[in-house]
Design a protein around this ligand. Structure first.
Ligand code: AMP
Ligand code: FE
Ligand code: FE
Ligand code: ZN
Length: 286
């Protein structure tokens, strides 16, 4: 039987709604053989996920790094999935801590903009809602829902709200630096949803070629934010550049509608990721 592999999921350590322990249990219940925990800019979910790992499930420890490309003005934000890296690598740890702190300040500023327009959302309540996890716009979206201003997270990301009008940039990691730091920590970088034009501006293929030369290992092709044409384009580009191709749910619990395992990665790509990591952190077996 072909193993079911989902390499991109979020827990309450960032903007998912299941705790790390609940996440791995849900992954087993969904019939997955391999799941990666990839919270935004943190490894805080690794330990609780490991401790709760159900028998027969393999856990790939990872993170999704908030990055930026400075090739145009203003810079384009993008996400790198980083797998099996040393969570104690000092430079990477420092960058993640810096990004998380900047996210708190940015969240507070977004809330100030909303409040200046008479929208009654409370920053302390939003911060409490994040429960110590990496704060993001989905947490602010929940406050907009509670206030009855929108009914869904998707609506909160519309252009009148957090998608544009009340969107502020984050202080992301320069993407070539991120690739370098992930590799230096023994990890494997994969570009998350690289063509998701529905999320905002996307980077040119030339940048992806340059990133491949700098150590990028793969591209996420099958993702709900990619149209069929975008998925095909990503596959073609990966073949051209010799990059591996993944597919994943990018599960966020009830903050999104996608289910665990709804998109998945083939065993060859998974094996390539494991082989390319330098063994500081290994795939854990439950
Ligand atoms: P932030 O990291 O604060 O910039 O917020 C981005 C996060 O919001 C992503 O990681 C997704 O979890 C979520 N997100 C982005 N766009 C949407 C959308 N259209 N609907 C629901 N969630 C979204
Ligand atoms: Fe997210
Ligand atoms: Fe992402
Ligand atoms: Zn994600």
């Amino acid at each position: 039987m072909i193993p079911r592999i989902d390499l991109h999921t979020h827990s309450t350590a960032s903007d998912g709604t299941l705790g790390p322990a609940e996440l791995v249990r849900a992954a087993a219940e969904a019939g997955l053989d391999v799941v990666a925990i990839t919270d935004h800019d943190t490894t805080a979910g690794w330990e609780p996920a490991l401790r709760a790992l159900p028998a027969g499930l393999r856990l790939v420890r990872g993170a999704e790094l908030s990055c930026r490309w400075d090739g145009v003005e203003p810079a384009i934000p993008l996400h790198l999935l980083a797998y099996l890296f040393d969570p104690d690598a000092p430079e990477l740890v420092a960058e993640l801590a810096r990004v998380r702190a900047a996210r708190v300040q940015r969240g507070e500023r977004i809330v100030a903009l909303l409040r200046a327009d008479g929208i009654d959302v409370s920053w302390p309540e939003i911060l409490a809602g994040a429960g110590g996890g990496t704060v993001g716009r989905p947490h602010i979206a929940q406050a907009l829902i509670r206030a009855g201003l929108v009914t869904t997270t998707a609506e909160a990301f519309g252009s009148d709200w957090l998608g544009e009008r009340y969107r502020l940039p984050k202080e992301d990691i320069e993407v070539f630096r991120a690739v370098r730091l992930i590799r230096a920590a023994g990890g494997v970088p994969v570009f998350a949803h690289p063509r998701a034009s529905r999320r905002g501006r996307i980077v040119p293929d030339e940048l992806i070629a340059d990133l491949a030369a700098a150590g990028l290992a793969g591209l996420e092709a099958d993702h709900e934010d990619h149209s069929p044409a975008e998925r095909a384009h990503v596959r073609g580009l990966a073949a051209e550049l010799g990059l591996l191709v993944t597919g994943s749910s990018d599960f966020h619990g009830t903050h999104k509608t996608v289910r665990l395992g709804e998109f998945s990665t083939g065993p060859e790509a998974y094996e390539r990721i494991v082989a390319a990591s330098s063994g500081v952190i290994e795939v854990a077996s439950g």
